[in-house]
Design a protein around this ligand. Structure first.
Ligand code: COA
Ligand code: MG
Length: 345
């Protein structure tokens, strides 16, 4: 059965596209649907999520020109302790300036127990980005504490929480942390995997194919899919290794990740290509939608398309894939030239 919004008659996959600021009955419906189907999740494009050190004003300004889906403004590991205040000032100035069009804005804060966490949270409450990214989330309480802080600051519901899963306890507790996203008042939207920290904590060596990390990565995927969240794969450090990055994006897409956290503009186009549907997948999805729209398939849950069994559950997938393709086509065009070792922006 395809769940439909009682007012707009959209199928569940499309109903989930409604921006968060839309009517409250939409939200109530979403809550209902979330409780009915763990598969429901955001349909925001998150193919390419570029991290930018907030201390680097030049890089901050470049984000306007880049074709990534989201920007993480980093106050944490890429900013030296003595530069934290300056980085916060840079970010405040950036948010006061020209608005960043067509990209989610996420601020990565320092841990709440660190010397800088509280000041970072005050900045987040003042700037109202699309999300705050919490480092080293080990347990559900980390998410709930930040949800409470945002509620106390009267932050709008549109200000969401993302969690970095990058510690052994974070991996072990991934399902419980994801479940916290279902708690009333929680704003959890997704996980970002941090393999640099995880490798450091566990001693797993960086190797092509990520053989010994794959079980943990798949545990993260299971956790987000069980609770309707998004999953963003870890950064790939060697931004000049084009083939290695290409292979890792392909692997992450095959594992089910929604996108990849990036460190360099040269990685954007490759990530967008791997995590966006290709022409063949779009054509196939359109064929599934057309087949189920044919009155001849009324009352059928299973049909035959070119010798393959297609179920109604494939219709939901097809609708969301086609919608994603439309979102990509509708994005404002940003000049996103290859930079760095190849050519300058
Ligand atoms: N966002 C925006 N612009 C970036 C960028 C980023 N993450 N990384 C590089 N650029 C820009 C540079 O400013 C440079 O522009 P310019 O030539 O006009 O000065 C251009 O792209 C080419 O950069 P390049 O010379 O190839 O690299 P670099 O030495 O300037 O920077 C890094 C390399 C790794 C230091 C840089 O990419 C970076 O800081 N990445 C993000 C790191 C991060 O956020 N880490 C925390 C999460 S793991
Ligand atoms: Mg980290």
């Amino acid at each position: 059965m395809v769940l439909r919004h009682p007012l707009c008659k959209m199928s569940m996959a499309f109903c989930c596209l409604a921006p968060r600021h839309l009517a409250t009955e939409h939200k109530a419906w979403h809550t209902f649907v979330m409780s009915q189907s763990p598969l429901t999740r955001s349909m925001t494009l998150r193919r390419s999520v570029l991290s930018v050190p907030a201390i680097n004003v030049r890089a901050l300004e470049k984000t306007h020109l880049l074709d990534c889906d989201a920007v993480i403004f980093d106050l944490e590991d890429s900013v030296a302790p003595e530069k934290k205040a300056e980085a916060r000032e840079n970010l405040a100035a950036f948010f006061r300036g020209k608005p960043l069009i067509g990209k989610e804005r996420i601020i990565r804060i320092n841990g709440l127990s660190s010397n800088w966490g509280r000041a970072d949270m005050e900045l987040v409450a003042a700037l109202e980005p699309d999300a705050v990214l919490l480092p080293k989330v080990d347990e559900p309480q980390h998410v709930m504490s930040v949800s409470d802080l945002l509620a106390d600051a009267d932050a709008p519901d549109s200000l969401r929480i993302w969690a970095m899963i990058e510690t052994p306890r974070g991996i072990l507790n991934a399902a419980a942390i994801a479940e916290a996203g279902r708690t009333a008042g929680s704003r959890l939207d997704g996980f970002v995997v941090g393999l640099n920290d995880l490798r450091k904590e566990t001693g797993v060596l960086p190797q092509p194919g990520r053989t010994y990390l794959v079980p943990w990565l798949m545990q993260v995927i299971l956790a987000v899919r069980a609770y309707g969240l998004d999953a963003i794969d870890s950064v790939f450090n060697d931004f000049k290794d084009v083939d290695g990055f290409d292979a890792e994006c392909a692997q992450a897409r095959a594992m089910g990740f929604d996108g990849k956290m990036l460190i360099h503009p040269a990685q954007i186009d490759v990530a967008n290509r791997h995590f966006g549907p290709d022409a063949a997948a779009i054509a196939e999805a359109q064929a599934v939608i057309a087949a189920f729209a044919d009155p001849a398939t009324d009352g059928l849950n299973i049909i035959n398309i070119d010798g393959r069994m297609i179920e109604r559950l494939h219709l939901v997938q097809a609708e969301s894939l086609v919608h994603k393709a439309r979102l990509i086509a509708a994005r404002p065009i940003a000049a996103s030239p290859i930079v760095g070792s190849q050519t300058a922006i």
